[in-house]
Design a protein around this ligand. Structure first.
Ligand SMILES: [Zn+2]
Length: 333
């Protein structure tokens, strides 16, 4: 019965939805641009309309299981989200909103998008079966998530894995998070572009100065563009080495727009990692590009909700998923 889940992926640029089965097959998917609005209900309505359309198209009449991956910060217990790039949502009750408008018969499961990416790749993608994996999404920002001992690790707050904000240069470039020298300030798409521009790089005629154009210039042999990617790769390699030293990850899967630059970025990452991962147990880490691309987060959110059902069943807990026992009564009220 419970072999299909509705997955939602909430980002500042796009909202995505899919119906996914237990084997990781995407039955139907779709996406829309995230509305630019100050009206929180308008963003929710766009997400729910997309979800309903995808569910109908996949002939999923009875929406029972819903997994939600969202840009953070978020609170998975309260079900609230405050995505940095969705200003209309601050401590927004996303889970309650989805319950109200889509009426799933179980409470949806919510996790950070970086965590969902990591879990999707660990179950169905380039990190399949890994017991200790770091997932990274390198695009406008840098997100991440950890699978440790074969299980997704969100920590007590649900926000563990924010690798974009670990410091790789003490006293380095200021970061909007309040710290200095965060990975994101060196290796996100905009950071690499800004570095190249300050070094004299110009995109090909007519192109915007963005990550895609930077990758194209580098692929064409532009030395400044190559240097910017090398600098970003150096920073990413450092961050991976730090993570491996601390929690012994063995596999790293990298997705996001900048991963599309391929070896122009992965080469410098490997060189940096070889230099910075010095302790014996950190040698030989496998760094791969995502194979699931834009579906990784959707598949991870689906895996999360299937797992939560399995956990509830094995614990003999019949209360709706994610709802503490004392709250579950309101489902029937
Ligand atoms: Zn930061």
């Amino acid at each position: 019965l419970l072999d299909h889940a509705l997955s939602l992926d909430v980002g500042g640029t796009k909202l995505a939805a899919a119906v996914v089965d237990r084997s990781g097959r995407v039955i139907r998917r779709g996406e829309v641009a995230t509305p630019r609005t100050a009206d929180s209900r308008e963003v929710l309505s766009a997400l729910v309309a997309l979800a309903a359309e995808i569910a109908t198209a996949a002939a999923l009449d009875d929406i029972e299981l819903v997994g939600i991956g969202s840009a953070g910060p978020l609170d998975p217990v309260l079900g609230t989200v405050s995505p940095v790039n969705i200003p209309a949502w601050r401590d927004f009750p996303l889970v309650d909103g989805v319950v109200e408008l889509l009426a799933p018969s179980r409470r949806p499961v919510l996790a950070g998008d970086g965590l969902c990416f990591a879990l999707g790749e660990q179950r169905f993608g380039a990190g399949m079966g890994s017991v200790a994996l770091l997932g990274m999404v390198v695009s406008t920002g840098i997100g991440g998530g950890l699978v440790l001992d074969g299980r997704l690790y969100g920590g007590p707050s649900g926000n563990a894995g924010h690798i974009g904000h670990i410091v790789i240069e003490a006293g380095g470039t200021p970061c909007p998070c309040g710290n200095h020298g965060c990975l994101e300030r060196y290796a996100s798409g905009p950071s690499m572009v800004a570095f190249a521009v300050s070094d004299g790089w110009k995109p090909a005629y007519g192109a915007a100065a963005d990550g895609r154009a930077l990758g194209a210039s580098a692929a064409a042999g532009d030395l400044i563009a190559l240097r910017a990617l090398a600098r970003g790769g150096e920073a990413i390699g450092q961050a991976i080495a730090l993570t491996a030293t601390l929690v012994d990850v063995r596999q790293v899967v990298i997705g996001g727009g900048m991963a599309a630059t391929g070896n122009l970025l992965f080469g410098p990452i490997a060189d940096s990692l070889a230099r910075h991962a010095v302790l014996g147990y950190t040698h030989g880490i496998e760094v791969r590009a995502s194979t699931l691309d834009r579906d990784a987060g959707l598949l991870g959110a689906a895996a999360l909700v299937f797992d939560s059902v399995a956990a509830a069943e094995s614990a003999g807990n019949v209360s709706p998923v994610g709802v503490p026992a004392q709250q579950s009564t309101r489902e029937g009220s």
